[in-house]
Design a protein around this ligand. Structure first.
Ligand SMILES: [Zn+2]
Length: 456
């Protein structure tokens, strides 16, 4: 795609910054959070429903992200966006999914789950594997947590709220202690997961029943008092383990929990069936192929100037001995507009076409990256709008395309240059390990999560 000279140069500068920050393992922990506390109650419900729609369309292909928002002009319509080309398969999936959730006869969570087990199998399998890992890690530390950090209350219902039916069906009239129930849940979840065929979810015998059993066990453990208390601990060690487990439990339940809420609200929003369309083409963006050149010294020079160049290059070379090789491998970057920005720009044509006196939620299949989060904040500031996604993970991707909105783009470029300058002079403590210490699976994971060479 041909860009004008100014946009082309700005995109080149930005992609260089983002590439170096990404390779250094940079993420902004101050922005890494959900914005739940600042959402209006209506926004909170809507964004959870929209997040579920976006998640339902996602197959876990590398770099694939979907976003969705409501167009309230002339009757309610869902506007869908993707950070890559929309395929016939995507459109068919959207049509089938919306038909399923609009159909008053078929709208049961289990019917929709059957659809998701096919469309989102890889995503669901990944969540189950991550849950197993978190449960195992937590179980290994459990005795230490119990010895140093926790006292059980005498009542099982206090320790495990809303678990009466579960206890009746699992234990009958047998008297068990809270610690026993906790151990049973921690051992039981990997046992249930053994029942899944994670390579081919559809080959799992009694898939729906196994998944429902897993979700129930996850919900009981997630609500447990011990997990809530450890997540609030001032000691970072149990808190980190507990937060990881709680996050993985929530992710494992997300499809079922999200669907229940979606099904509950969809009839109110779309009594005559869900209307949707894909976001249209956006003109004047930084979508192109950027050639970053053979080495990263230009990017460092543009960021720090000549006086600090030699020191920064020497330190980079020492701390990240694989940097030159990775930079070379990724020197061609295909930039794409991220899904949430695509939807926002589609609905902002004209800019004040929507009523922005209230929050305008955009649902996403994953949290927004740092550039999207900063760009949306700056856009709101510039145009008096009120867009938001459900949160940001604070990471950066070289393939992030400038959306082509002058001052707002400039703000993100400046922010990234300042962050890179700071990172080059004060190397982050969360730097990645040298190549020799990184496994192939980590590299594969990294490729899946950032689609670095291609999309996101
Ligand atoms: Zn993004």
């Amino acid at each position: 795609m041909e860009l004008d000279l100014e946009m082309s140069y700005k995109q080149y500068l930005l992609s260089g910054c983002l590439q170096l920050l990404n390779l250094m393992g940079y993420s902004d922990s101050s922005i890494e959070c959900s914005n739940k506390a600042t959402r209006a109650p209506d926004t909170n419900t809507t964004i959870r429903v929209l997040d579920t729609v976006a998640l339902a369309l996602t197959t876990r292909k590398p770099g694939e992200v979907f976003a969705v928002a409501l167009d309230t002009r002339g009757g309610l319509t869902l506007v869908l966006g993707k950070n890559d080309d929309v395929t016939a398969d995507d459109d068919r999936a959207a049509r089938d999914f919306f038909k399923l959730i609009s159909d008053s006869e078929a709208t049961q969570t289990c019917d929709v789950l059957s659809f998701l087990f096919s469309r989102c199998a890889a995503n669901i399998a990944e969540r189950i594997m991550k849950l197993n890992q978190a449960v195992n890690e937590f179980s290994c530390c459990l005795n230490d947590f119990l010895r140093t950090h926790y006292f059980f209350l005498p009542s099982l219902e206090d320790e495990f709220p809303l678990s009466l039916d579960y206890r009746k069906s699992k234990y009958g009239g047998e008297q068990i202690s809270s610690v026993q129930m906790l151990r049973d849940l921690l051992e039981g979840i990997p046992d249930i997961n053994e029942g899944f065929n994670l390579w081919d979810l559809s080959e799992t015998p009694g898939l729906l029943a196994v998944y429902s059993e897993l979700v129930l066990a996850c919900q009981i453990l997630r609500r447990s008092r011990i997990l809530c208390q450890l997540c609030k601990s001032t000691d970072p060690w149990p808190r980190t383990q507990a937060e990881k487990l709680r996050r993985c439990l929530a992710m494992a339940c997300h499809y079922q929990d999200g669907l229940s809420e979606l099904i509950k609200h969809v009839k109110g929003l779309f009594p005559d069936g869900v209307k949707y369309r894909w976001a249209g083409d956006i003109e004047g963006t930084g979508e192109t192929t950027v050639n970053l050149g053979g080495d990263y010294s230009d990017t460092v020079r543009q960021t720090l100037g000549d006086s600090l160049l030699d020191d920064a290059l020497a330190t980079l070379c020492f701390k990240f001995p694989w940097m030159a090789r990775k930079w070379h491998k990724r020197c061609s970057v295909t930039t794409r507009l991220h899904a949430e920005i695509r939807v926002l720009l589609d609905l902002s044509n004209p800019v004040h076409g929507l009523d922005h006196s209230e929050q305008q939620p955009i649902g996403c299949s994953k949290w927004s990256c740092l550039c999207c989060a900063l760009w949306i904040l700056a856009y709101n500031e510039e145009y008096g709008t009120n867009w938001l996604t459900s949160g940001s993970h604070g990471k950066v991707y070289a393939a992030w395309a400038l959306p082509g909105r002058g001052k707002v783009d400039e703000h993100v470029l400046t922010e990234m240059q300042v962050r890179l300058a700071h990172a080059l002079q004060h190397f982050p403590t969360n730097q990645r390990l040298p190549d020799a210490e990184r496994s192939e699976s980590e590299d594969a994971e990294e490729k899946l999560s950032d689609g670095a060479a291609k999309v996101r």
